[in-house]
Design a protein around this ligand. Structure first.
Ligand SMILES: [Mg+2]
Length: 108
């Protein structure tokens, strides 16, 4: 499921020139941060989490859209790096179910 999406996203990114030059892992992380910052700005502007609006010629905008952008960045990297994100997501979700209530005692 996610592997197929990662492949589709990565093929599209390659076709649009985003991998014409090799990109370092720190750049990928920074771009994920930028999408999350865009989500925060949408929140600060009073947008609702599920609100999708269109500006700039129909481009979808909003908190959830920016969160999706972050996922797209991650899946693009998974596609590039040949990561089996389906297997890793399954393994981590299974592990998380075994963890104690609020493990680590942190506030969030
Ligand atoms: Mg964005």
């Amino acid at each position: 499921m996610l592997n197929e999406l990662a492949k589709e996203i990565h093929v599209n990114a390659v076709e649009h020139g985003w991998w014409d030059e090799e990109r370092g892992f720190p750049e990928i992380i920074a771009l994920c941060h930028s999408e999350l910052s865009e989500a925060l700005e949408e929140y600060r502007n009073g947008r609702m989490p599920d609100e999708v609006y269109r500006e700039n010629g129909g481009k979808p905008e909003g908190i959830a859209v920016e969160m999706a952008d972050c996922m797209i960045r991650i899946l693009d990297w998974c596609g590039k790096a040949g990561i089996d994100i389906d297997a890793i997501m399954r393994e981590k979700c299974d592990y998380n179910r075994t963890r104690p209530y609020r493990h680590g005692g942190k506030k969030c």
